[in-house]
Write a protein that binds this ligand. Structure first.
Ligand code: GLN
Length: 534
């Protein structure tokens, strides 16, 4: 294939319609016909990246292999496409302005007035094209965050308009809207869609494909009406109806030939059949599972599932491959203590102790871990969760009552978790943690080694604190072993309790590496242990 095709996905009417899922699903379908695909997300906010954002803002912060803190939609892209993304896949207004301002300071603009058009839009277009070109992907799908009409997304929309003009057939715009059903009138309403397409047209963009989000099946007449009012051909009006799982969306879109429409509209021919057999096998397993496995997720953002998006997806994939339905319960760590832990958690087959930052709710994590350790309930600690396993062990087994991480108590007499040396002079908060993929050597005979089935693994990180190796011997002797470490620095990556059914803590984030067709070995092994326990 010569050059790349650029597909833009915009959204209208309301946010949270699932542009990320539609982008990922279309990407999957194009990939299933033999094309190479990458998906990028453009976020209109001013933060340079979401790394400094609280999960209440945009949910989980996803980390790429090359160590970039990104939007959680990149997790969907990876889980669907089974391919890693990089820092080039997430661009924010802040990142664009930062690089334009850097160029201006260097004098690159040769005395010109620096303006939104053309300088900001040129920088946006340059970034969009980074993943394309002769050596790039066949399809570069770009999801534009926010809703059409927002002030802050205007430069992105203007860049799409320019690219559509410049690239002709190599560029295609998909607009996602919402068709509400008014129960009292027993009617669907297309007016919001018409208005949102109009505001896109006012910005100079005629969408080629419309995807209508709906809770109920839309009548054919309504789809024709939308086509007529919006200058879109009838076959290019697609409905995306609510389905039990997001992983069914590609099939819903394929039934309406969305992939074929996109391929033909961009001047290509549909010559390969769509091969989705591994995907469909996953969906079959998911549908056929009747028994459930009950996992308790202990964290401080229970009212906000998006805060643990990748963990929840990894658990549900692992449950499917273990032929179970995931029955996930979220427990607020602020509400758990030694007195109520057993009563609160006793019905759980396994416990996952969530990652996190700061003091709030940390004592509840210790109580949950203590319960799991004493009652031998399978327990999986991730990042802060692993650090909590170490602290709980130091306090209740080694008897160091005041052991802590210096993140919480800088003056603890037992700094079993301490700031990494390289972090000691860090003053800037953005992008300065230990980030991205590093090697880890696993110890033969450990649960982790057994799960991965190999010695050297690579996993992604996002932390500033680490296990303090000065205490290694004490832990080792008492039964908490280091089952994996970084081969260059000796940093403890995995801790395990010998003699327990499954008690593993990892400093890294395995949840960023689990995809639909490639579930993560540690999650598989943890869920299996939980089933055996239950
Ligand atoms: N707060 C801990 C650290 O910085 C753990 C981070 C995490 O759970 N991602 O080391």
């Amino acid at each position: 294939m010569r050059g790349s095709k650029y597909i833009f996905v915009t959204g209208g009417v309301v946010s949270s319609l699932g542009k990320g899922i539609v982008s990922a699903s279309l990407g999957k379908l194009l990939q299933s016909r033999g094309y190479t695909v990458t998906i990028q997300k453009y976020d209109p906010y001013i933060n340079v990246d979401p790394g400094t954002l609280n999960p209440y803002e945009h949910g989980e912060c996803y980390v790429t292999v090359d160590g970039c803190e990104t939007d959680l939609d990149l997790g969907h892209y990876e889980r669907f496409l089974n391919l890693p993304t990089t820092r080039a896949n997430n661009v924010t207004t802040g990142k664009i302005y930062q690089s334009v301002i850097d160029k201006e300071r260097r004098g690159d603009y040769l005395g010109k007035t620096v303006q939104v058009v053309p300088h900001i839009t040129d920088e946006i277009k340059r970034n969009i094209k980074l993943l394309g070109g002769k050596k790039g992907f066949d399809f570069v799908i770009t999801e534009i965050g926010g809703t059409v009409g927002d002030i802050e997304s205007l430069p992105f929309i203007e860049s799409v308009r320019q690219l559509k003009w410049e690239l002709g057939k190599d560029c295609l715009c998909i607009h996602l809207t919402y068709v509400p059903y008014i129960a009292a009138a027993q009617e669907f309403k297309t007016k919001p869609t018409q208005h949102s397409v109009k505001s896109l047209q006012e910005a100079g963009i005629q969408p080629d494909v419309l995807v209508l989000r709906t809770e109920r099946e839309l009548p054919a007449g309504l789809m024709r009406k939308v086509a007529l009012f919006c200058n879109v051909s009838e076959d290019a009006v697609i409905q995306s109806i609510d389905v039990p799982t997001i992983y069914e969306v590609p099939l819903v879109l394929r039934r309406q030939r969305m992939d074929e429409i996109v391929i033909r509209r961009t001047g290509l021919t549909v010559d390969k059949p769509s091969d989705m057999h591994r995907w469909e096998a996953f969906l079959d397993m998911q549908r056929e599972a009747t028994e459930s496995v009950r996992i308790g997720l202990v964290g401080k953002y229970v009212e906000l599932q998006d805060a643990y998006k990748s963990i929840v997806e990894s658990l549900s994939q692992a449950a499917v491959y273990n032929r179970r339905k995931l029955d996930l319960r979220l427990f607020h760590s602020e509400k758990i203590n030694d007195a109520n832990a057993e009563e609160t958690l006793k019905e759980m087959d396994g416990l996952l102790i969530a990652p996190g930052f700061g003091q709030r709710g940390i004592e509840g994590k210790f109580a949950a871990i203590r319960y799991a350790r004493e009652k031998d309930v399978p327990c999986f600690g991730i990042c802060l969760g692993m650090q909590c396993m170490v602290i709980e062990f130091a306090r209740n087994v080694l008897g160091w009552r005041e052991a802590n991480t210096t993140e919480i108590d800088p003056h603890t007499p037992h700094k079993v978790i301490d700031l990494m040396e390289e972090q000691k002079n860090v003053t800037n908060m953005g992008g300065s943690m230990r980030l991205g993929a590093y090697d880890c050597m696993l110890k033969e005979g450990s649960k982790a080694y057994e799960a991965y089935g190999k010695e050297v693994i690579q996993e992604r990180h996002r932390h500033r604190f680490e296990f303090n190796n000065e205490y290694k011997e004490f832990f080792d002797k008492a039964g908490m072993v280091c089952a994996g470490e970084n081969p260059d620095t000796g940093l403890a990556e995995v801790v395990e309790l010998a003699g327990k059914s499954w008690f593993v803590g990892v400093q890294y984030h395995p949840e960023y590496n689990s995809t639909v067709v490639n579930p993560h070995p540690l999650f598989l092994s943890f869920v299996k242990a939980a089933i055996q326990h239950g």
